[in-house]
Each structure stands twice: as C-alpha cells, then as structure tokens.
Design a protein around this ligand. Structure first.
Ligand code: CAA
Length: 296
C-alpha cells in the first residue's frame, strides 16, 4: 500500500493524514470545504513543528511529509489508484453510510475501505457497500501522531486478507495494532467510556469537584489526564454518542449516559472544541490565566 485517501480533515482525520504522510505514504486528504482542509493542513504543520522542535524530525523531513499530502474538496477528484481509503468523518451513522456508498462507487476493486469510527458497527457500515469483505475498522487514538494504539476491527464479513493487510500496514506506521471483534464500543471505548461516565456520575452526585476527581485519577492511577479533562479533549458529544451506541447495542442500563452529560451536550458545552466543557477553554479565560501569571 502506498496511496491513501483520508476523508475528513478534523482532529482525527488530520492526525491520520499526518501519520501516513510522515511514514512515506502519498495522502489525498478530502473534506467538504476548502476552509476545513486549510485548517487541517495548518494543524498538521503545527504538530510537525512540535516534533521538529523536540529534535525528532528534520526540517527536510517536515517538508517531505507536507509534500506527501494533497487536498481535495471532493472524493471524485482524487486519483483512482488508491489502495486504502480511511474515513474519519463526524460520528454519525447516516453520514458514514452515505460516505461509504460514495467510497464504494469511487474506489478501485482492490481498495480497502476503512472507518475510524469509535463505536459504530463495522458490519452495518460494510453492508452499505458491494464489498463488505474489504471493509474494516481502523480506530486510531487522539492525538494520532503520538498514541501507539490502533484497534483493527473485523466486521462480520471482513476477509482474512483484508485484516492481514491492514494489520501489517499499521505496523509500518509505527503503531501497535490490536485485533478486535465488532461489538458496540469495541474494546477501547467499552472500557474508557463507562469510566468517564462514572467520573461524571461522581461529579453529579456531589462526591467531589471537577479538579478533585481529575487529580485523584491523575495522581492516584497515573493517568496522563483526568477523566473529565479527557472527556473535554475527546468531545462531550462524542462521549455521549458512544455511550448511546453501547446502551442501544447491549440494552443494558449500565451504559446509560449520565443526565449531566446529556444536559451539557444539549447546552452546547462540548469540551475543548466548543470552548467549554468541564473546564473553560475560552479566549477570555486564557487571557485571565496569562494576566494572573504576570501578576505573580
Ligand atoms: N502531534 C504531534 N505530537 C504531539 C501532539 C500532536 N497532536 N500532541 C502532543 N504531542 C507530543 C509532544 O510534542 C510531546 O512529545 P515528546 O514526548 O517527544 O516530548 C508529547 O506528545 C507529550 O506532549 P506534551 O508534553 O505537550 O503534553 P503531555 O505530556 O500532557 O501529553 C498527551 C499530551 C499525549 C495528549 C497526554 O496528555 C495523553 O496521553 N493524554 C491522554 C490521551 C488519550 O487518552 N487519548 C485517547 C483518547 S480516546 C480516543 O482517541 C478514541 C475515542 O474513540 C474516543
């Protein structure tokens, strides 16, 4: 595999494009608007700068990585010699089914169609195509250039050949692939999301405050981020969508999203991306923090 298409230039999509490009793949990045593409490319350049600043990449390698990425506002305009398409669009079933139909119409016969979905059934997505044996889950973790894990999820009809190729290729990205079967939440989110939901329940019950809960998990369990900060980082709407997929899929009340999570999403408090979640990420808050630093 050498030629990759990545659909979606958002947080996960630009991280996936970055990772492939830095490992020598030719990447065609697709999003609906030029603005979204430019924002994604800017993020990739900024993240490459951090790696250069740490001395882990040269300026030449950075230029080569950026040179490996071209961008398009329509899949139809991409080259027809793609080996793999990775879909990283918004976590919405209808949207994903629509995109997979387009991918199936566009892609050459041998092309593998992968989804970065964090919880939607691979089997259901595959059923929207004429090649379910070539459909697979490649679940990267955020931030993609840093996190080593990729869950490789086999749908009901995914062939052994598709699985083996995807698994082997993930290793060439410097990632550690893990084989997983197609059940709601897969492995990562089946374990992570109930922990986040329980942290929200703990807050909702008034057991402790936001910072206290996060501090317990950071200092007590050596987690790099507390669960509430991590929820903000992932997006509270994404956390809610994943809990709902597991709640619907298993029909088990233990996966019911906490009412505080539901309320926050309804109020538009989605975490880092909306400027507020369990913490405040607004510009005025940043300015306030800087002012405090200078006051000391
Ligand atoms: N691109 C490239 N490099 C990046 C980066 C990015 N976007 N973000 C951070 N880095 C690098 C930094 O340059 C730094 O590199 P060195 O180790 O070489 O110094 C390293 O990552 C650590 O970064 P920082 O020092 O800035 O910050 P940190 O130590 O707090 O680490 C973090 C940041 C890696 C994000 C860490 O906080 C962490 O591991 N958080 C938890 C992440 C996590 O749980 N992700 C999974 C989310 S769930 C998911 O994605 C799936 C889903 O379906 C919901």
């Amino acid at each position: 595999m050498k030629n990759i298409v990545v659909i979606g230039a958002g947080t996960m999509g630009n991280g996936i494009a970055h990772t492939f490009a830095q490992n020598g793949f030719k990447v065609e990045l697709v999003d609906v608007s030029e603005e979204a593409l430019q924002k994604g490319l800017k993020t990739i350049a900024a993240n490459l700068d951090r790696i250069v600043a740490k001395g882990n990449l040269t300026e030449d390698q950075k230029a080569e990585t950026l040179g490996n990425i071209s961008s398009f506002t329509s899949l139809e305009n991409c080259s027809k010699n793609t080996d793999l398409i990775v879909e990283a669009a918004t976590e919405n079933l209808d949207l994903k089914l629509k995109i997979f139909k387009q991918m199936d119409d566009f892609a050459p016969e041998n092309c593998i169609l992968a989804t970065n979905t964090s919880s939607i059934s691979i089997t259901k997505i595959a059923a929207a195509t004429s090649r379910p044996e070539k459909v697979i889950g490649m679940h990267f973790m955020n931030p993609v250039p840093v996190m080593k894990l990729v869950e490789i999820i086999k749908g009901y009809s995914t062939s052994k050949e598709t699985f083996d190729q995807t698994f082997a290729m993930s290793k060439t990205l410097g990632k550690v692939p893990v084989e997983v079967n197609d059940y709601p939440g897969f492995v990562a989110n089946r374990i992570l999301m109930p922990m986040i939901n329980e942290a929200i329940e703990t807050l909702y019950n008034g057991v402790a405050g936001v910072e206290e809960i996060d501090t317990v998990m950071k200092l007590g369990m050596a987690h790099p981020m507390g669960p509430l900060q991590l929820a903000d980082f992932i997006g509270l709407d994404v956390c809610l969508a994943i809990m709902n997929v597991m709640y619907d899929g298993f029909k088990n009340p233990k996966y019911a999203p906490n009412p505080l999570l539901v309320n926050m999403v309804m109020a538009g408090k989605k975490g880092v991306k909306s400027g507020e979640g369990f913490y405040d990420y607004s510009e005025s808050r940043k300015a306030e923090k800087v002012a405090k630093m200078f006051a000391k």
